[in-house]
Design a protein around this ligand. Structure first.
Ligand code: ZN
Ligand code: ZN
Length: 104
């Protein structure tokens, strides 16, 4: 990810890059202050701007959420999944070697 800093208000953004654009129409991305920060054309990949502060908050929230997940007997963290019989935690190594699950 590239960073872009707004030259008007100094807000720092990450430029997120999406391969294989779904919209494929090109767009111009603006800072919350209205300053134009980035534009891309039709026929290129899609981009999105996310404020660095906001991005860090989201990552931290995700990290906190993950830290509540139980550990599997094999030592790896388990991750929440759901299936036809309800919600469960499954080993993050599944399906490559460990099939342990715990009901949630
Ligand atoms: Zn700005
Ligand atoms: Zn495991």
């Amino acid at each position: 990810m590239r960073d872009i800093i707004c030259s008007k208000c100094n807000t720092e953004y990450f430029l997120q890059h999406f391969k294989m654009p779904l919209k494929d129409k090109g767009d111009t991305l603006y800072c919350k202050c209205g300053n134009e920060l980035y534009s891309y054309d039709k026929g290129t990949d899609d981009y999105n701007l996310i404020e660095v502060g906001e991005y860090r908050r989201r990552m931290q929230a995700l990290e906190e959420e993950r830290s509540k997940y139980p550990f599997c007997e094999c030592g790896l963290r388990m991750v929440p999944r759901s299936g036809p019989y309800g919600k469960f935690y499954g080993c993050s190594k599944y399906p490559r070697g460990c099939k342990k699950v715990i009901k949630r």
